[in-house]
Design a binder for this molecule. Structure first.
Ligand code: 2NL
Length: 339
């Protein structure tokens, strides 16, 4: 029995030495020290010994049991430490490596330009109002002094949904709706998408964006219009910018004007950017036609107003020197990343 015990002892110590995982250690523990383990069964065989030999043998078994336990513990500690070392080595961070750049998005150039225009007008006390892109022709045309049969209806080559409903060709229907609500005075801009049946080229698109402005109050005159748009031009293109008003015609304003700004590249001397003109056209405007006020429920004897309309893409193209409007719609990352 002593030989048997020595064999078991050697066996267990050998197995512990060879084991390389905590699971295996556990299996060894069960194999030798468990309820049905080999050491336990040796203990059970003690009854076969002469009674006087039993205490000594018991002592031997206990010694070897302690040896086995100690070896198991030692192996366990060794493996835990090794596992932690390996984990730490795998997680090592080199703080001298360059940081990963996070891809941060930004506004589309149209949006950047719109934010700028809104900032300027909100700064002058204007409200920003949006409205439907699908409109009644009543609001898109009739209330703006463009009756059925008026040539301006054809000029705008509108997309019709049916006889009465169309994709808006301008954002003025939003303003007609605000006037109709009857809360005065009005100081608003109406930005948004508009539609015209145009072919796509460097300066045209069937869907583009407009920002229209409207002021209605008592005693509003052309000087208010000129002062406001002059201030707008200075804030948008720089404080040395001058404005020039040229007579024009729009059905919804009278008198009407087109507005040029002095070229912000050459200061007005003439360069390639302004095609040697010294001036760049940016918007159309005028005093709201009395008939428009009347059709929108405002008494033109008591109130007057001015209005203007500017193409958002036109502003973006000028401000960021984009030479083809199509770039604003194609979403080419190489283009967008420049803003
Ligand atoms: C242009 C010209 C313009 C307006 C838009 C307007 C709106 C109402 C009443 C009167 Cl509700 N006028 N809008 C006035 C003058 C010009 O736009 O060339 N836009 C790109």
């Amino acid at each position: 029995m002593n030989d048997e015990l020595s064999r078991i002892t050697e066996d267990i110590l050998e197995k512990i030495r060879k084991s390389d995982s905590l699971e295996k250690l556990n299996e060894i523990r069960v194999e030798f020290l468990g309820k049905k383990g080999r050491i336990t069964s040796v203990m059970k065989n003690m009854k076969d010994l002469a009674p006087e030999e039993r205490p000594k043998f018991g002592q031997l078994v206990n010694d070897m049991r302690q040896k086995a336990e100690a070896a198991l513990e030692e192996a366990k500690a060794r493996m835990t430490a090794a596992a932690r070392e390996a984990k730490l080595a795998a997680e090592e961070i080199d703080v001298t490596l360059p940081a990963k750049k996070r891809a941060v998005g930004h506004g589309h150039p149209n949006q950047i330009a719109l934010d700028e225009v809104e900032r300027i007008f909100v700064g002058m006390g204007y409200e920003v109002v949006e409205g439907p892109e699908v409109e009644y022709q009543e609001y898109n045309f009739t209330k703006l002094n463009i009756p059925e049969g008026h040539p301006a209806r054809d000029e705008q080559d509108t997309f019709y949904i049916n006889d009465e409903i169309l994709l808006r060709s301008q954002t003025s229907p939003v303003q007609a709706r605000v006037m109709e609500q009857g809360k005065l005075p009005i100081r608003m801009i109406a930005p948004g998408r508009v539609f015209r049946s145009d072919n796509i080229d460097a300066t045209h698109s069937p869907s583009f964006h407009q920002i229209e402005g409207l002021v209605v109050d008592k005693h509003i005159t052309m000087t208010d219009l000129k002062g406001t748009l002059d201030q707008f031009a200075k804030e948008l293109f720089g404080e040395n910018t001058k404005t020039r008003f040229r007579p024009h015609h729009f059905p919804f304003t009278e008198p009407s004007a087109e507005v040029d700004v002095s070229c912000f590249k050459c200061g007005g001397k003439g360069c390639r950017f302004c095609k040697n003109e010294g001036w760049i056209e940016i918007l159309g405007c005028g005093m709201v036609h009395p008939h428009v006020l009347e059709m929108c429920g405002i008494d033109p004897e008591k109130y007057t107003g001015f209005a203007f309309g500017v193409g958002l893409e036109r502003i973006a193209i000028l401000k960021y020197e984009i030479d083809d409007m199509r770039l604003l719609y194609e979403n080419d990352q190489r283009f967008l990343d420049q803003f």
